[in-house]
Design a protein around this ligand. Structure first.
Ligand code: 5GP
Length: 126
C-alpha cells in the first residue's frame, strides 16, 4: 500500500507558516523546532520539508540531498545544543516514531532529539 500524505497535518501547517513554531534551525530541506510539550529540557523536532509520512517513507523516497541535509542538520543541532558526548556533552536520544505500534501522532516524518536529563532505558515494559 502506498503512503498517502495528509497535507493538513500540523507539521505541514507549520511548514506553510500557518502555525507558529520556535525554530532552532532551518536549512534548504529541513526545519528544526522545539516540541510544544517537551519531555526533556532539550526536546527538538527535526522534520524534512518534503511530504514524507514517516521514517521509511523518507528513507526510501527522499533525494540524496534531502537525506544528507536532514542527517547533517541533526549533527549540527547536537553541536548547537552542546549534547555531543565526545565533546563534553551528556548525550542525547533520537526517536522517529513511525506508525501505529510506535504511537506516531503527527503523520509527517520527524525525529525527536531529547537531551538535558538522564533519559532512562530505551523502552518501558509493554
Ligand atoms: P509523535 O508522537 O508523532 O512522535 O510526536 C509528535 C510530537 O509533536 C509530540 O511530541 C507533540 O508534543 C508535538 N507537537 C504536536 N503538535 C505540535 C505543535 O503544534 N507544535 C509543536 N512545536 N509540537 C507539536
Amino acid at each position: 500500500m502506498a503512503y498517502l500524505y495528509d497535507s493538513e497535518n500540523i507539521f505541514a501547517k507549520i511548514l506553510r507558516g500557518e502555525i507558529p513554531n520556535a525554530t532552532v534551525l532551518e536549512t534548504d530541506h529541513t526545519l528544526a523546532f522545539r516540541d510544544i510539550t517537551p519531555q526533556a529540557p532539550d526536546h527538538v523536532l527535526v522534520i524534512p520539508k518534503g511530504p514524507y509520512v514517516n521514517f521509511d517513507h523518507f528513507a526510501m523516497n527522499a533525494s540524496d540531498a534531502e537525506i544528507l541535509d536532514f542527517n547533517r542538520t541533526i549533527g549540527t543541532l547536537c553541536k548547537m545544543l552542546k549534547v555531543q558526548p565526545g565533546e563534553g556533552g551528556n548525550g542525547y536520544r533520537l526517536i522517529a516514531n513511525s506508525g501505529e505500534a510506535a504511537i506516531q501522532e503527527v503523520p509527517h516524518m520527524h525525529m525527536h532529539i531529547l537531551a538535558g536529563r538522564p533519559l532512562g532505558r530505551m523502552l518501558n515494559p509493554a
